[in-house]
Write a protein that binds this ligand. Structure first.
Ligand code: BGP
Length: 468
């Protein structure tokens, strides 16, 4: 197991507003795209989640006690602007000042995202990222936050642009639940990139202090078995899931090779991407201005060529073996023998993190310093009673193997300076609810009591090496 962390390493835990805060109806908060949707679906409620809105002092105290020096949080856009625009809501603004102060008072550096899957309902109803007007509203909201929250020095614009686009328009497990609506899937990616780039350009133009970047989840795509046809399928999926966004972010252009793959995929699905005049100049300008890059990594996919029609089944219950994914003109997901999977069918493959770190450093030098901003294991942890330690050795193995992969890439020259485990405490999982736990700290969702997991002890021990 990993014995020590490099000096100055950022050792953190990640959260997202809607997944931890609860309190969705208090202090003037506006609705997100999730509130009515989850209610109608009737599977689980985002209230009170981990009640972080009230219990943040306890969670930050735990973070400090267990050796963390950083936390990822996101600002809920609808606490600041309940409708997405208009007059700011003082109670929401005050809440985030209290939260950031609590972090800083405890020596926990906040890394703050402006958008983590929680578009305001009003803007969502108006087309969400597909409506270019909403990009203007996002930039106004970002500007307000940069100015108001000057105590924050580490910003991320948007979390996982692809996950939102993919889950909303391809996989269909996020509202508005479109399946294989490829036109929307690619357009949302481009428009989110524009929103990010405009926020970065504004941050720099106005001379705000601190660092700014964005977060991509990178999912390496490997052909299996390794044949020329499967290799091509893997390249197509990679273009849609990784390459298009990485190019747009760090090259400020979609390279001819990338566009050849994307166009092949669009044609196979009768889909279109619209790039308006001036868009690429905005991306170009931002591409060298990111100060750092947040990389989330969970799993790779293994892909074989596929000629049939698109179909998929999403495993949102933790019943192993119930997921499938077949994308017309792209490829189908296959199991690679010997690669373990979680109950939600996610491949466990630390080498994928190493491969992606190396690739980003090699192909996208404008990414500069990299932080792993999410990585972790969804697991049905077993509650042992009040005050009883929870045994999550599997999670320790998972994190340990990934930190090892990170350190290996680092030893080969990749500038990776931190690791945030997903997640700090157990929280609400968008399409899976409450039995898919990731936390270092167990949350009893009935009582909101926190219990310690073995992984927290392990995290603390390793965090200790930063102090030596
Ligand atoms: C990332 C998101 C998180 C989180 C995590 C785990 O994509 O940024 O918000 O939820 O994945 O995913 P899930 O909750 O679906 O298991």
């Amino acid at each position: 197991r990993v014995q020590s962390l490099p000096k100055g390493f950022v050792w953190g835990g990640a959260t997202a507003a809607y997944q931890v805060e609860g309190a969705t109806k208090v202090d003037g908060k506006g609705k997100t795209m999730w509130d009515d949707y989850l209610k109608a679906q009737g599977r689980f409620s985002p209230d009170p989640a981990s009640d972080f809105y009230h219990l943040y002092p306890e969670d930050i105290e735990l973070a400090k006690l267990y050796g963390l020096n950083a936390i990822r949080v996101s600002i809920a856009w609808t606490r600041i602007f309940p409708k997405g625009y208009g007059e700011p809501n003082p109670a929401g603004v005050a809440y985030y000042h209290r939260l950031f102060k609590c972090c800083l008072d405890n020596g926990i550096t906040p890394y703050v995202s402006l958008h983590h899957f929680d578009s305001p309902k009003t803007l969502f109803d108006d087309g969400d990222w597909l409506n270019r007007k909403n990009i203007d509203y996002f930039v106004d909201y970002a500007d307000f936050c940069f100015k108001e929250f000057s105590e924050v020095k580490n910003w991320f614009t948007i979390n996982e642009l692809i996950s939102l686009a993919f889950s909303q328009y391809i996989q269909g497990n996020f509202p508005p639940n479109h399946h294989f609506d490829v036109t929307s899937g690619i357009q949302a990616q481009h428009n989110e990139l524009l929103a990010h780039a405009r926020a970065v350009n504004l941050f720099k133009e106005k001379g705000y202090q601190g660092r700014i970047g964005l977060i991509h989840v990178l999912q390496p795509v490997y052909p299996y078995p390794d044949t020329p046809a499967n290799e091509h399928a893997a390249a197509l999926e990679d273009a849609f899931m990784n390459r298009f966004l990485l190019d747009g972010t760090f090259k400020g252009e979609y390279t001819p090779k990338t566009m050849a793959l994307i166009n092949e995929l669009l044609e196979a699905n009768d889909a279109k991407l619209k790039i308006e005049p001036g868009d690429m100049d905005i991306l170009k300008k931002a591409s060298t201005q990111n100060d750092y890059f947040g990389m989330n990594y969970y799993q790779p996919s293994f892909v074989a060529a596929y000629e049939g029609e698109s179909t998929n089944s999403f495993n949102g219950t933790g019943e192993k073996g119930t997921s499938s994914f077949k994308f017309q003109g792209v490829g189908q997901h296959v199991k690679k023998p010997g690669v373990p999977t979680t109950d939600w069918d996610w491949n466990i493959y630390p080498a994928g993190m190493y491969d992606m770190l190396k690739r980003v450093a090699r192909e996208y030098p404008n990414s500069k310093t990299i932080y792993i901003t999410e990585n972790g294991l969804g697991y049905k942890d077993k509650y042992e009673g009040i005050g009883q330690l929870i045994d999550d050795e599997k999670r320790i193995d998972f994190i340990d193997q990934h930190v090892e992969a990170l350190l290996k890439a680092r030893s080969e020259g990749v500038d990776v300076q931190g690791y945030f485990v997903w997640s700090l405490q157990d929280q609400f999982s968008w399409a899976n609810g409450y039995n898919k736990r990731y936390g270092l700290f167990y949350v009893n969702f009935e009582t909101q009591a926190r219990e310690i997991k073995k992984s927290a002890l392990w995290f603390k021990e390793l965090g200790q090496t930063l102090k030596d």
